[in-house]
Each structure stands twice: as C-alpha cells, then as structure tokens.
Write a protein that binds this ligand. Sequence first.
Ligand code: GLN
Length: 446
Amino acid sequence: SVFNRIENVENKVDSFVTLTKEKAIEAAKKADEKLARGETLNGLEGIPIALKDNMVSMGDLTTASSKMLSNYEGIYDGSVVKKLKGNGIPIIGKTNMDEFAMGSSTENSFVKKTKNPWDLNRIPGGSSGGSAASVAAGESIISLGSDTGGSIRQPASLCGVVGLKPTYGRVSRFGLIAFASSLDQIGPITKDVEDAALALNAISGYDSNDSTSVNMEVPDYTKFLTEDIKGMKIGIPKEYFVDGMEAGVKKIVNESIERYRDLGAEIVEVSLPHTEYAGPAYYIVAPAEASSNLSRFDGVRYGYRTKEYKDLTELYTKSRSEGFGDEVKRRIMIGTYVLSAGYYDAYYKKAQKVRRLIKQDFDNAFNNVDVILTPTSPSVAFKIGEKTDDPLKMYLSDIFTISANLAGIPGMSVPAGLSEGLPVGIQLLGKAFGEGDILKAGYAFE
Ligand code: GLN
C-alpha cells in the first residue's frame, strides 16, 4: 500500500507535512467491503489521494506550510474535499508546498524541503512540490495541487508526472487557502493522462460557495481519451522558443512536435505577441491579490500569535513579522505598493490591461487551432539552493505557465522525455473549458 511506500521513502523525499492514516484506512475499508459484497467501485473510489497543504479539511492540520498556520486545523471540509469524501476517495495526508503557494521549488516551505525523487539533491519544483514528488515516488496514486502561475504543471514536469490546471471556474476554490483569487485553480497531479481525466471528473462542477465557479455541465472526461488525433490542429507559438531555454528541453520539445506530426496532427505556427509581458503582469496582479487575501492573518482570528505585545498594533505587527517567511513578506510589500493610491494606475491597472491582451492573443490563436503546445519549464529540476538567493531567477521558472492563469484557460504538462536523466514535460494549452481537447492530445502522446 501507499503507507508502506511512505514508510520506506518519506524520510528521503519529504513529500508530506501531515499524514491522516487512520481516516484514510477507514475510507479504504469501506471500498474493500463494497468489493467483498460483489459491488463495483465508481471512478476513483478507494484510490488514495494526497492533498496540497492549502486545502482545508475538517479536523486536519492545514498549514499552507507556513508558521502562520502551523497550528490551524480545518473546521469544515472545502468543496473539493467534500467531493472526494463523497466519492469514497481516501485522503492520505497534506503535502509540502512553498509557503502560501509562493514559489517554484518548495524551498519556501516553513516545514522542510521536499526532494525530487529522480535526484535527491534537486528541487521537485513548486509550489505543489510535495504533491508532485509524492506521486513520482509512489507515495500516493493521485494528488491535488493548486496552480496560480504554474504550480501544478511545473512540478509535474520536473518530477516526470502529469499535472493539469483546469479552466478558471471549473473546480471550486471554496476551502482553498487563497493566494491570488483570480488566478488560483485546483487540479490533479497523476501518473498518466487517464488518471488525470478520472480525477477531473471527481473534482469538477458548480459550487454556490464559490462566486467564480461556473455553472456548466461536467462531461465524462474519460470519453476524450482516444488514440486517434488525426487532423487535430496543434499550434506552436513562436514566442515560446526563447533564449534561456535549456538545449536539452528544446530538443525534447522539438521531438514531441515531430511525434505529433507522425500521429497525424496538423502542426500550425501561431503567434501570442504579448507573451513577454505575461511575467511582469503576473508579478503585479498576483502579489496585489495576495496582499489583500493575506490581511486576514493578523494573529487574532486564527493561526500564529506572538507571545508578548503591548497593544493591538504590536500584536498585529509582531505576529505577522514572526509568522510569515521572507517570500510572503516580499509579495505583500509588492502588492500593497502596486495597489497604493499613487501607483495603482501605473502598475495594477496597466497589468490588468496587459492581462486582457494576453487573453485576446489566446482567443485569436484558438480560432485556428485546437490546442497549443509549448515547453512547460525552461529547465530541468535544478539543485537545492541554486536559486534561493535570487528571487528574479526563481520567478523565471514559470515563464511558460503563467499566461494560462492570466487568460483563465486550461493547461496540462505531460512527460515527454529525459534530459541528462531528468524529466522534461511538454505543456498542452486548451481553450476555456477545452480540457477534453488537451486530455485527448495528451493521451495520444504518452
Ligand atoms: N511560481 C509562481 C509564484 O511564485 C507560481 C506559484 C503558483 O502557481 N502557486 O507565484
């Protein structure tokens, strides 16, 4: 079972922050009993799943891998958790992440550093690094991550597994500790595309508790899994083949394009002219929303509270100074700056306009193609510590993934090969609610 595997490898990989073994075994037993009665199991019933440490579940520690929430136990089940429990899917624990999902290597966790199962000296990617590592190491069969700028797809790519960020609004965010609410989306990390389709079936759907949830029928995503992609139009955006992409990554992406040609797809060059502005726009919009969302962590309502204080102001400042890590503080400072009276128009408003242009780029491209293929990450997994001193370098890890969040469209990373023994993923982007298209393209490819 996964718990045997966890016992054997967890001390090397460090994927988990919290294990909920008893509850998981209880849920698994129910599935066993059903089988013993000769009944069949539905979907992922009985299949153990790991959750990123930012998904609230009743009675379990949910810390966002932050000191600020290190003692916080959920007092309700988030909507996705409710769905999993309702479907008889055992939850085995909470996985390590960059604090409040800010980062690309999981090194910003207050708890510990997760290692890449392919090379324990390297990072697993982030911020859902624990979720990706747990699947790659066989400690979970499926995990859920959250993706604000790439945090499902990039760690999936670096750990050699599948990672799917759904369309904004497809999966409820109720019970997900918010980073940047207009970008955040929960999605599955799995060993293969079929499991991704099954997991998406299990977590998708309208939720009145999330005002941005979309009321649209959920198809059976496994219906899209066919080998035949003849005539499918795959767009290759010329702006994604930039300097800074490793030669080994470039080689595998080019081979993947040829593979699609062999499978009968039509390869079409497309242009996404505003791509170079996605990074700057993201690093204004995301911190702006984060600074607002994180204001609730004040030492009063929940989580960490400083030991000694003279008055309320000191209670706030000391709790926040001691409870948040450096990267979180950096984002709060950038966010409050770009939202401040004198700078709002120059930064935040401008970034929102750029966001609209990026969305229009995709709308135009999808008039001509079914899916878009890009690299997921410009590099393979890097060494632990390699980029921790340079936030700007770390921010570049997501140059290929953040546009999808700004545009709200779905994206999936699929393993495409190895470069010097380390996994490389390709990213498949689809139109809004076009998860079926990217699952189809991914299934035929793997
Ligand atoms: N690496 C990006 C950031 O630090 C994206 C993180 C995410 O998707 N949660 O903001």
